[in-house]
Design a protein around this ligand. Structure first.
Ligand code: COA
Length: 320
């Protein structure tokens, strides 16, 4: 058995915020942001939490895949921004969908989350444990961003993307996941911590902080390396790949990855201009857009790749 994606859906944040809007709150400009990142707009979420966006994307994915949510065996939500420590966001999605037969849990791997969750789903499918799995990447990053920090606040947006994955007798699915915990401080956000009656301290919470240049160097090296390793390990030639759907963190990172892979930019679709970096949601939102635009043909081979805090990174190759 192998995983096949049978439906996709997405739900960006409800409010469009342009570069010029951010120039009203921090010292920045479209002239600084756009050439360095490729970002013009981001969509921030003002209506629902992470689970609300995740559930909206999930409903669309089920409709697109032609399945009743009751057919789902498992819901995997990749997120770094759940509304609650518990219940997990996946259980909230389960309730919204009425997916009464599914087990549900969250998975945390920051911007690599969807790639890690998809590979986790595939392992359950290959093992025969589950047949139909909903994989969601959703983040409400605007709630953990320091809106006074121009170095980070211009980069991110909110959103959710989902894919329904089903066991199939035929197809291709293979993946790689990597982590380097020694680089944790490069991109981090403190959760509620440090306070109980013994420490006498009040709990602390943090904002996202990042060493942008370190992340940039890491991404342009590790992402192409990992894709090369994946494809050569599977005996798949780059010419066979229809699209490389990479984490949308920075247009220049994607261009550098394309150069290193010696592949043409036409194979690297992008939507970062409109959404910015939505963390675990970038890859499934882009996948959903390509699907709905009719750009994916059954039999196409796709590479999906992500990178982010942890540090974590990974890639998967699959047949559409
Ligand atoms: N508007 C205007 N000026 C800004 C700014 C902004 N939004 N952000 C930073 N600057 C300023 C800095 O203060 C600095 O000024 P100084 O030289 O007077 O101190 C200058 O611009 C250069 O800052 P620097 O951080 O060195 O810029 P950079 O060329 O490295 O670009 C990033 C910054 C964030 C665009 C780039 O490092 C990057 O994209 N890194 C990857 C980040 C990423 O993808 N993270 C998510 C991973 S999942």
């Amino acid at each position: 058995m192998v995983s096949k994606i049978i439906g996709t859906g997405s739900c960006p944040g409800d409010r469009v915020v342009a570069n010029g809007d951010l120039a009203q709150i921090v010292e920045t400009s479209d002239e600084w942001i756009y050439p360095r990142t490729g970002i013009k707009n981001r969509h921030l979420n003002t209506l629902s939490g992470t689970s609300g966006m995740a559930a909206s994307a999930a409903k669309l994915a089920c409709e697109n895949g032609g399945i009743d949510p009751k057919e789902l065996d498992l819901i995997l939500l990749a997120t770094s921004t759940p509304e609650y420590c518990f219940p997990n966001g996946a259980c909230q999605v389960q309730e919204e969908l009425g997916a009464v037969n599914a087990a549900a849990f969250d998975l945390s791997a920051a911007c690599s989350g969807f790639i890690f969750a998809l590979q986790t789903a595939n392992s359950f499918i290959v093992s025969g444990s589950f047949k139909t799995i909903l994989v969601i990447g959703a983040d409400d990053l605007s709630k953990i961003i320091d809106w006074n920090d121009r170095k980070t606040c211009v980069l991110f947006g909110d959103g959710a993307g989902a894919a329904v994955v089903r066991a199939s007798e035929e197809g291709v699915f293979s993946g790689i996941m990597k982590s380097d915990g020694s680089k944790g401080p490069v991109l981090s956000c403190l959760a509620r911590s440090g306070g109980n009656f013994l420490t006498g301290k009040t709990p602390k919470m943090g904002y996202l902080s990042m060493d942008g240049q370190e992340v940039f160097k890491f991404a342009v090296k590790k992402v192409p390396e990992c894709i090369e390793e994946l494809l050569s390990g599977q005996g798949i030639r780059k010419e066979e790949i229809r699209y490389y759907i990479l984490h949308q963190a920075n247009e220049r990172i994607i261009e550098a990855a394309a150069r290193r892979l010696k592949e043409p930019m036409e194979k690297f679709p992008m939507n970062i201009r409109e959404y910015g970096n939505t963390s675990a949601a970038t890859v499934p939102i882009l996948l959903d857009e390509l699907n709905r635009e009719g750009k994916l043909i059954r039999g196409d081979k796709l590479v999906l790749a992500g990178f982010g805090a942890g540090l974590t990174w990974g890639a998967a190759v699959l047949e559409w």
